[in-house]
Ligand binder design. Structure first.
Ligand code: NAD
Length: 487
């Protein structure tokens, strides 16, 4: 007798409980060998007094089972508790978010009937760390963090995925024409790792035109690998182009743990009405079955689901006069899938899955850690300037300070406002004052942190509010910071 694999289940918020109920009924009818433990995370846990939204017992179950099937969770916008989805992904080290987006034409209306792509999104870094600060009355910032190991891991994963699933091409999306250091690193790592996979084609698109192509011509893509925020946005675009956000599932994969879910949210507008499409969560559960090495059950369910689509039994979000025969609710849709377990689709190619398809991919370890010669050569000092003192006056005061460092440029939101600025009406309230050990980049010499501390003490004594500093380094002689616009 097959052993039941322990898994953790979270019903989630909004439509979560209805679509999870439908999904579990199908898993049970397909005789999936699972032993679920149900945990409470999300809004209810939060309202019950657990400020993180994830009680200790939930973590214990996750750590024991290492597999989570999760309904969507409501995240308050603009305030309140942090995204539990992001917390779970980061705490469990789920670095890869895998989102297949497939068209099911003609049964699901789409203008891109041959679309069949997989988005592999970096899941732990980027602006999703949610490290944000308010520096002045008017200026807020969000820190974008991209690491070499994080980029290597996800890019490596994308190429391994392409090999395993017989995909031909991996496309990288980034915005390295603007974010030359963070996105530049991601693109560079992509090129380096692509060279290790000569059997797989590779290409790069700037994310804006790439997204436009997903919307108009997604057939050109096979596997797309990208950073966290871009991946989040393009997967909703891709899902809608395929026909509905209700159709796509996603796998969040780490070296030890994995979480499976639908790509959509908790859809509070339709919660409790039995009209939500459970397909996204069901396809997430199919990915879970492959992961826990039950590929036959995964294929049994997906083929029954494809047959249900072909038979025209559709929830409201994909219903069309031309191709639907019956509009059904969430639970009736599940019943229709259950009735078709064992059937094979005629129009769609029946799926077949190999065991261990999502086997763990550990990507850093073997690579040598980088050790460059890191030299401190200056500092950016950010000043709150609430009374809009002109940049010339501010520069005059700062130039009079006794320091080993020289004031090179003052910028506001990245744009040079001193010296020689021709800007008519500069924004003065958030001033970044760049001090370096020399004017010319090639003449920069090493300084000690003391020089920065002394400079800060003098600026403080002048009464300025220093809101933050960024040290300026060179790495093996290469600048570790960008020049200002106009510098
Ligand atoms: P959403 O995906 O919940 O809904 C967008 C639209 O799609 C709505 O009109 C909704 O009715 C429809 N829709 C979504 N799923 C559907 C389904 N299965 N069947 C039919 N129609 C469906 O996005 P949103 O409104 O931006 O977010 C609502 C909440 O969900 C927010 O709190 C957000 O933070 C959260 N969210 C959670 C996750 C997650 O848990 N992984 C993902 C995205 C959003």
């Amino acid at each position: 007798m097959a052993i039941n694999t322990p898994i953790t289940i979270a019903y989630g918020d909004g439509i979560g409980p209805e679509i999870m109920q439908a999904t579990l009924k199908i898993l049970e009818a397909a005789q999936a060998h699972i032993a679920p433990t149900v945990i409470e995370v999300g809004e209810k846990a939060y309202l019950a007094g657990n400020t993180s939204g994830i009680p200790d017992t939930a973590w214990q179950s996750l750590i024991r089972t290492k597999v989570l099937l999760k309904g969507p969770i409501t995240t308050p916008q603009g305030g309140g508790y942090k995204s539990l989805n992001v917390t779970i992904r980061k705490t469990l080290g789920l670095f890869a978010n895998v989102r297949p987006c497939v068209a099911y034409a003609p049964y699901v209306a789409t203008h891109c009937p041959h679309m069949n792509l997989v988005i592999i999104r970096e899941n732990e870094e980027d602006t999703y760390s949610g490290i944000e600060h308010r520096g002045t009355d008017e200026v807020y910032q969000c820190l974008k963090l991209i690491s070499r190991p994080g980029s290597e891991r996800i890019v490596h994963y994308a190429f391994e995925y392409a090999r395993k699933f017989n995909r031909k091409k991996v496309t990288c999306f980034s915005k390295d024409n603007i974010m030359k250091m963070t996105d530049g690193l991601f693109h560079r790592v992509f090129n380096e790792i692509a060279a290790e996979y000569p059997d797989i084609q590779h290409e790069h698109y700037i994310v804006d035109i790439g997204t436009a192509f997903i919307a108009t011509n997604p057939e050109r893509f096979d596997v797309i690998v990208t950073e966290n925020l871009y991946g989040d946005i393009i997967s909703d675009v891709a899902a809608l182009v395929a026909g509905s956000v209700g159709l796509a599932g996603s796998a969040n994969i780490g070296n030890q743990m994995a979480m499976f879910e639908a790509i959509h949210g908790s859809a509070p507008d339709i919660a409790g009405k039995d009209i939500a499409n459970p397909s996204g969560l069901l396809l997430g559960a199919v990915q879970m079955l492959i992961h826990i090495n039950q590929p036959e059950t995964a294929a049994l369910i997906e083929n029954a689901w494809l047959k249900t689509l072909e038979d025209g039994i559709h929830t409201g979000d994909i219903y069309s006069q031309a191709f639907s025969k019956q509009k059904v609710g969430t639970q009736a849709f599940a019943a229709a899938v259950i009735e078709r377990l064992g059937a094979t689709p005629h129009h769609f190619t029946p799926v077949e899955y190999k065991s261990g398809a999502y086997a763990k991919i550990v990507c850093y370890g073997g690579r040598p850690k980088i050790r460059s010669k890191k030299t401190l050569v200056g500092v950016d000092i950010f000043i709150d300037n609430p009374t809009d003192i002109p940049a010339d006056d501010l520069a005059h005061q700062l130039q009079a300070l006794k320091s080993a460092l020289e004031l090179i440029v003052i910028t506001s939101r990245g744009l040079k406002i001193w010296p020689d600025s021709t800007i008519q009406d500069p924004y003065l309230r958030h001033a970044c004052c760049r001090f370096q050990s020399g004017t010319a980049i090639k003449n920069l010499t090493a300084i000690k942190h003391d020089a920065i501390i002394q400079l800060l003490q003098q600026i403080d004594a002048l009464g300025w509010d220093v809101i933050k500093t960024e040290n300026l380094y060179t790495f093996d002689g290469e600048l570790g910071y960008t020049l200002a616009q106009g510098q």
